[in-house]
Ligand binder design. Sequence first.
Ligand code: SAM
Length: 291
Amino acid sequence: MVTNDHSSDMGQLYIVATPIGNLQDISPRAVAVLKRVDRIAAEDTRHSGHLLKQLDINTHCIALHEHNERQFAEKIIQQIKEGSHIALISDAGTPLVSDPGYFLVKLAHEENIPVTPIPGPCALIAALSAAGVATDRFCFEGFVPSKGGPRKTFYSQRQKEPRTMVFYETPHRIVESLKDLCEQLDEDRTVVLARELTKTFETIRNDTAKSLLAWVKEDSNQQRGEIVLVVQGYRMPEGDTISEETERTLKILLKELSLKQAVKLTVDITGEKKKRIYNFALALKEERESV
Ligand code: SAM
């Protein structure tokens, strides 16, 4: 068994990523671990059964899904303490990324059980890597809310988010979702629709939100399959930027004073236009609140 540095009679918990479409994306290390462990905890044993069969893996599978995780996690932890090696997989991609497993991994740490990730496919990372949008800072927000009201609020609250945002969305809501994104976030923002990644009909389109909406509406094929949305973060309009020195002054004053007082003093000190400094201070405030 491949192990990390923990030496005891305890077993180990492996968190194993599986393909998000293309079977060849499973790593040799993942296959080796899945073959050697005593049991595989799978989100859906029937679904994973097909994958395991194709990979010629005969390890016994047990079900660990969102409805039984709390109850079964304790049993699994007990088995590991007694020496079993267990691997956790989900239906596709990396477990715990919009998938079950959090409770089990948390419990494992509480019980000092070694947890080893076997990294591999993940839809959000695959989409991000091919999106052509800044990746130096990004936030993953999971699934977009399914109902109209909460979805509108969700998008409007992210209007000034400066980091690239990644969302999961379902095909039957993609049109309504893009409509809300255009109305509540920004119709001119660069958005990438990454659909059916690693599969036959893989599509990755980088465009403005409004053009993407028109395209998806027109072509019903784009309303099928699995979807990740990557949305460029908020950029301050060119005219609203201020000099580095003014920015430094403003940031120091904002630490001590109210926004209004800091803006007034910055204007007095630097002589720059009040409106620009005020807009900049507002954006800074929103950036801090959104992080
Ligand atoms: N754990 C998975 C991962 O690592 O990405 C995500 C599981 S989540 C329940 C399923 C969602 O991930 C789908 O609704 C879709 O938004 C996204 N997804 C999964 N596979 C995908 C694929 N091949 N192409 C695009 N999106 C995918």
